[in-house]
Design a protein around this ligand. Structure first.
Ligand code: UDP
Ligand code: MG
Length: 314
């Protein structure tokens, strides 16, 4: 018999308006479906009362637990901290703003009961994002799908994992992770459920456009080395083009026609200079990723834990 407890991991960054409502809605759904559960809120270095709200709930209900980071470590770190704390036979990761509908959790859980080890939440639509963000997200997932070889187009962080899969993820030595893609990479018996992205319950998105861009780059870097190979291709193409141009120049020289066209020289300089700098930039980005990994620092630092608070109270 597997442990029927479902751990719901909820990363939360400045979500004070959402905590009570989200907890209540999820709890109601779990009670109605008769699923034993625990809620783990991971406050990602929130600067508002997020953790206080969780602590209040945790005091009244042993099924609720909260962790608070010492600073903002990012959603990935919050997800992993939640998974580390999860005691269930399976764990679901969901957003704090109810954009991931709780009724889908019930669907996921039923599939898990049938023996699936990973249940992926797949977006039907991207909800009410701005046109620019939609376009950006689409582009990012196109690139990512091409780089990873998995169809990530409508993938999300909303998924259920069996505790064995959670163990595998937690045992990975790398610090920089991309949760969304890792669950594809690990394999296991996988099912999918489709869901409609709901409107954010309260507050506004915690991602700035620039933040999202950095997130995209860091995820691509942490998951694929193909951009490095692209540097080779660019180099190869320039060598090839250089060869042809060189032969042409030599032939002209041999025929006594002096090289004309200063423009060509300038254009070539600009193009090659640009290509070299981009290439160096890509290599540098990987180098810094390697540097960060070798330092072996913890992925996150927990400053407060409601479980420990309660022990102190007693
Ligand atoms: N989040 C987090 N750390 C961050 C940014 C966001 O833990 O640095 C959480 C946030 O509280 C929410 C989830 O990640 O539960 C998704 O964030 P959000 O709803 O702002 O993103 P969107 O739905 O707009 O993509
Ligand atoms: Mg959201």
């Amino acid at each position: 018999m597997k442990n029927p407890l479902l751990s719901v991991v909820i990363p939360a960054f400045n979500e004070e308006e959402n905590i009570c409502n989200t907890a209540a809605v999820v709890q109601e759904k779990m009670a109605a479906a008769q699923i034993p559960y625990e809620l783990i809120f991971v406050s990602d270095g929130s600067r508002d009362a997020t953790f206080d709200k969780v602590a209040e709930l945790a005091k009244a209900d042993a099924r609720i637990r909260g962790l608070e980071f010492s600073r903002n470590f990012g959603k990935e770190a919050a997800i992993f901290a939640g998974l580390e704390a999860a005691k269930g036979g399976c764990a679901v990761v969901m957003d704090c703003d109810l954009q991931h509908p709780p009724r889908t959790i019930v669907e996921m859980y039923r599939l898990w009961e049938q023996g699936y080890e990973i249940v992926e939440g797949v977006k039907n639509s991207r909800g009410s994002e701005s046109a620019l963000r939609k376009w950006f997200a689409k582009g990012f997932y196109k690139i990512l799908s091409a780089l990873t070889g998995f169809d990530m187009e409508n993938a999300s962080d909303f998924k259920l994992l069996d505790s064995r899969v959670v163990r595998v993820l937690l045992d990975m030595p790398e610090r920089k992770t991309f949760f969304r893609a890792l669950s594809f990479w690990v394999g296991f018996k996988t099912a999918q459920v489709r869901y409609d992205v709901a409107k954010r319950a309260f507050g506004k998105t915690k991602w700035s456009f620039f933040g999202l861009f950095r997130y995209a780059v860091s995820n691509i870097i942490s998951f694929s080395t193909k951009p490095l190979a692209a540097v080779n291709y660019i180099g190869g193409i320039s060598v090839f083009a250089g060869l042809i141009l060189g032969i042409q120049t030599l032939v002209r020289w041999a025929n006594g026609k002096a090289v004309e066209g200063f423009t060509t020289v300038i254009l070539l300089l600009l193009l090659l200079g640009g290509a070299i700098l981009v290439g160096l930039g890509i290599i540098g980005t990987y180098l810094s990723a390697i540097y960060q990994e070798t330092k072996g620092r913890p992925r996150y630092i927990v400053r407060q834990d409601t479980d420990k608070l309660q022990e102190n109270d007693q």
